[in-house]
Design a protein around this ligand. Structure first.
Ligand SMILES: [Zn+2]
Length: 253
């Protein structure tokens, strides 16, 4: 049950016909896991925390450094040197003390993946490397956890939602992680900070609507890839198709 203080805090959500009090209660019972508390995870965590998602788990193994602050807006200058998982969880709790936030300092791996994602209603993937993106895909498909994966580089970004067994998975589209020398990272090639903010904010917006829909959302970014080129401000939404021979979600799945 939401307290009078929470009802007031979330009143602009509750005013919406698509939310109302029952929708807000649904959000307060939801569990979302965020893999990567960086440029995408920062805005996603802030907006999901502010929206009243009841339980948020944040996974990151890094330490806040000065080059992060151009885009990883959940951190303050005074957080430099702190563990991202812990600092991001503390900062979102300062924003909203009515939710539970658990910061886990860990590198997402084959060994810990299942335990880290357990009981999640939804996973947001916003890591900075393809190995993690593929691993989140493989574990979420296997455990049948819906997820929204996203990436950003330079002036561009992409977002893709996957309901395992229904939508194309990340491997249906990309098959194998590219060789690291073939893909520049934000550390090599740069990124516009607010571009990461846009993509992470779209992940949060899609998440809220997905959770409100009891996973039955038909519009939006599930079964789709949204590509954004901020140089031209072109937004392109492309439907995805499952591949029968996908090694993760194909026929043998
Ligand atoms: Zn697949």
């Amino acid at each position: 049950m939401l307290s009078p203080e929470e009802l007031s805090r979330y009143s602009r959500n509750i005013l919406l016909d698509e939310v109302k009090r029952t929708g807000q209660e649904k959000l307060s019972k939801s569990i979302v896991t965020i893999v990567g508390a960086g440029g995408l995870g920062s805005p996603a965590l802030l907006y999901l925390g502010a929206a009243g998602i009841g339980k948020i788990r944040v996974i990151d193994s890094d330490i806040v450094d000065t080059t992060n602050l151009q885009r990883q807006i959940i951190y303050k200058h005074s957080d430099i040197g702190k563990e991202k998982a812990i600092a991001s969880a503390e900062n979102v709790k300062l924003l909203n003390p009515f939710i539970q936030v658990e910061g886990i300092k860990a590198r997402f791996s084959e060994e810990n993946a299942k335990a880290l994602l357990e009981s999640s209603d939804l996973v947001l993937e916003g890591s900075d490397n393809f190995d993690t993106k593929f691993l989140v895909n493989d574990i979420c498909v296997r455990e049948k956890i819906p997820f929204i994966t996203a990436g950003v580089l330079r002036f561009e970004g992409m977002i893709m939602g996957v309901r395992p067994g229904k939508d194309a998975c990340f491997r249906c589209i990309y098959e194998e992680p590219p060789l690291p020398e073939h893909v520049p990272s934000c550390a090599d090639a740069g990124v516009i900070g607010s571009m990461a903010g846009m993509i992470g904010t779209i992940q949060a917006t899609e998440s809220i609507q997905f959770l409100l829909s009891d996973s039955k959302r038909e519009e939006g970014l599930f079964g789709k890839i949204l590509q954004i080129d901020s140089k031209t401000m072109e937004f392109r939404k492309i439907s995805t198709a499952r591949r029968k021979d996908c090694i993760v979600c194909g026929n043998s799945y």
